[in-house]
Design a binder for this molecule. Sequence first.
Ligand SMILES: Nc1nc2c(ncn2[C@@H]2O[C@H](COP(=O)(O)OP(=O)(O)OP(=O)(O)O)[C@@H](O)[C@H]2O)c(=O)[nH]1
Ligand SMILES: Nc1nc2c(ncn2[C@@H]2O[C@H](COP(=O)(O)OP(=O)(O)OP(=O)(O)O)[C@@H](O)[C@H]2O)c(=O)[nH]1
Ligand SMILES: [Mg+2]
Ligand SMILES: [Mg+2]
Ligand SMILES: [Zn+2]
Ligand SMILES: [Zn+2]
Lengths: 211, 211
Amino acid sequence: ENVLDANRRLALANLDTLNRKHIRSLDILGSIGSGKTSIVKQCIRRLKKDYRIAAIAGDLTTTIDADRIKEEGAPVLQINTGGQCHLDAAVIGKTLKSLNLDDLDLILIENVGNLICPGSFPLGTHDRMVVVSVTEGPYMVVKHPYIFMDASVLAINKMDLAEIMGVDMNRLKSEALQIKPDIKVVFTNAKTGEGIENLIDALNLKPPRHA
Amino acid sequence: ENVLDANRRLALANLDTLNRKHIRSLDILGSIGSGKTSIVKQCIRRLKKDYRIAAIAGDLTTTIDADRIKEEGAPVLQINTGGQCHLDAAVIGKTLKSLNLDDLDLILIENVGNLICPGSFPLGTHDRMVVVSVTEGPYMVVKHPYIFMDASVLAINKMDLAEIMGVDMNRLKSEALQIKPDIKVVFTNAKTGEGIENLIDALNLKPPRHA
Ligand SMILES: Nc1nc2c(ncn2[C@@H]2O[C@H](COP(=O)(O)OP(=O)(O)OP(=O)(O)O)[C@@H](O)[C@H]2O)c(=O)[nH]1
Ligand SMILES: Nc1nc2c(ncn2[C@@H]2O[C@H](COP(=O)(O)OP(=O)(O)OP(=O)(O)O)[C@@H](O)[C@H]2O)c(=O)[nH]1
Ligand SMILES: [Mg+2]
Ligand SMILES: [Mg+2]
Ligand SMILES: [Zn+2]
Ligand SMILES: [Zn+2]
């Protein structure tokens, strides 16, 4: 069994665990500094009245992201991969064991900052979303098509800087739709929270009573 | 022989080839959209009167970067890795065979946009530099120490956006120096060219008659 097949098998096991415990889960992918942690924080802030949430943050090193997410009052675990450039289903499977799954409704996983490798290693979450930042320039979508193929949602973040960067967000959106016609695309400012309600909607995480 | 050792062996072979042909070489690393292509273009623009330059651009797909670099009038080859998240010494070794090495003084290699994996795969260049962008936020240096360990120069790019991002460039610089005390750090705006002369100096590429 090769590495990718082994990962896929473990990912299915993780998904099964989460389903048996009635827990929704989301894997958040994106390049370095695109806004993943900021988006996780904004989502927890808005969703914690309706969901019991835990977050898992993946980085080569440091607990910076877990510490920041903790500011929102949800339990957070930090995974340090050492050198591995992506989270994988094995490490998530282990990590799920140290969470009290009976007390959770939603798990948000922030993957390592990398727009390439994590795409090949599904974690067993129900959904994957990608965060790109306009500050990366105009080419990041067409240059990295594979990462979108498994994603249900794309957040085009740092919308406040699109003008100064000279980046056309609508063009990025159409390029993503060309790669994956059913992907939902939202524009966000994860610093201020603009667009985050739309993101929560696109993720099908809008709590029932607000519908 | 494991993958990393094989790569190291091929890297040494590349370095030997370049040395026998009296060609300087530079591997440019950095996350997606940090400014690598813009820096390559700025360097070619200033150095082409003094060096016969060729560039090699690495991406998963598209010829966007090679096309942009060609605008500077230097020969450029594009490597498409398909899915591999880093260039390696083997593909560079092959690529060097399709260049007329007798007619070159300097080869600039733009690695795939990724602040992690390329660090483990030296290409056999004389030097490696890293480009980070202030738009990635304040944590990218401390979170990715390994990529700096082999680098002689760090360009902290998009300096024009440091204020709006609230990122302290001097702090990033000191964090890099903590990881690698002899790294040279420059602040650049690769769009306008600000700081590029300092970068060329730091790379020891300043042509003799300007000294
Ligand atoms: N102007 C602006 N800044 C933002 C926005 N979103 C995030 N930032 C800033 O961008 C930087 C990086 O944001 P993070 O949320 O840490 O990004 P990340 O993807 O988690 O980064 P890594 O996990 O380190 O790869 C921080 O300084 C944020 O405050 C945005 O929409 N607009
Ligand atoms: N404001 C500003 N924009 C910059 C600067 N340097 C590059 N850019 C812009 O940032 C975007 C990305 O620049 P590139 O040079 O393509 O970055 P890259 O690292 O080659 O990107 P990839 O190869 O796709 O990973 C482009 O829109 C550039 O015009 C800078 O110093 N300031
Ligand atoms: Mg983060
Ligand atoms: Mg480029
Ligand atoms: Zn990888
Ligand atoms: Zn890799």
